[in-house]
Unconditional design. Structure first.
Length: 320
């Protein structure tokens, strides 16, 4: 354990809104506090720039692993972010322009000396759906377009597809289209806003019945266990918030190969914590904003993934 006391600022949704038993950000906060570091929470709206300095309204917080009483807020202070050693950007999507603006503030904090996890530029460059295009050999056939006719032609050619927005999370607005589905037109109209927004279409991977597997990477290295999110009989989406069942499993050869292929690029771009979504042997998403799954895996295998992340943060700070 590092004996240096550091200040960690966590940019996140309101802490009172989380489900601590399942929340990965909360697992990180518990581990940071266990190591004796100082913790503050920062809302996205608390960030601002003034005269070229990144600043925030930061509120001190203490946390405890109690599902009924998991935090106590302390004093709020207005501070320059270059006085904060580490900033964890854990704000959940949607990845909209407000999110992008927040990363601009974090860019300035990074230039001032704060370690931002994940790096703001990587958050902007590696859209969770679009980034899979960097590894076409690992993905199912994929089309990203705002052209409704092109999306419809892809769906008709592939037969069974999944169509989803580029900025969502948790399975929201994901549509499965089967051959001859009369909803194809309205789905493409809705998701593209009649050709005004990009959407993603992917060939359906039938192995979803075995789970949408979340593979976590810490500084480019795969965690040895993964979380398979198995859809229920009434909803085909592999998302826990949509009723999927969590099944923690050891990493297999397929998942390790995908992680070993993707991991070095993520690490080179300053992504210290990422989650890959794998269905069957296909990579479907690269999650870099606020990947989840830590608490479920830790509970099942007795691991400490947040501890692994803290070790990686220590290495990066020591290398400066």
């Amino acid at each position: 354990m590092n004996n240096t006391t550091r200040h960690f600022g966590v940019v996140m949704d309101p802490i009172e809104s989380i489900t601590p038993a399942k929340d990965t950000t909360f697992a990180m906060m518990l581990e940071i506090q266990r190591r004796g570091h100082r913790l503050s929470v920062i809302g996205q709206g608390d960030l601002y720039l003034e005269q070229g300095v990144a600043r925030a309204q930061a509120t001190a917080v203490t946390v405890r692993d109690d599902p009924n009483d998991w935090y106590t807020l302390g004093d709020t202070e207005d501070l320059a972010l270059d006085t904060v050693d580490v900033l964890l950007m854990r704000k959940d999507p949607p990845f909209d322009m407000e999110y992008v603006y927040a990363t601009y503030v974090l860019d300035v904090a990074e230039r001032g000396g704060s370690l931002v996890v994940n790096r703001p530029r990587a958050l902007r460059d590696l859209n969770e759906k679009v980034a899979t295009a960097l590894f076409p050999e690992l993905t199912p056939p994929t089309l990203i377009s705002r052209d409704m006719d092109r999306l419809r032609a892809f769906a008709k050619r592939e037969g069974h597809v999944v169509i989803k927005p580029l900025d969502g999370m948790g399975g929201r607005s994901i549509f499965t289209i089967r051959p001859g589905d009369r909803n194809l037109n309205v789905v493409t109209e809705t998701l593209t806003d009649y050709g005004q927004r990009f959407a993603m279409a992917q060939t359906f991977v039938p192995e979803i019945t075995d789970g949408d597997k979340r593979v976590l990477l810490v500084d480019g290295e795969p965690v040895p266990h993964m979380l398979a999110r198995v859809p229920n009989d009434e909803d085909g989406r592999g998302n826990l918030v949509m009723g999927a069942t969590a099944d923690a499993r050891p990493l297999g050869d397929v998942e390790r190969h995908i992680a070993d292929t993707v991991g070095p690029l993520l690490a080179a771009r300053g992504v210290l914590f990422a989650g890959l979504d794998v269905i069957g042997d296909k990579l479907t998403e690269i999650n870099v904003t606020s990947p989840t799954g830590v608490r479920e895996i830790d509970r099942h295998f007795g691991s400490n993934i947040a501890g692994d992340l803290c070790h990686a943060i220590d290495r990066h700070l020591a290398a400066r």
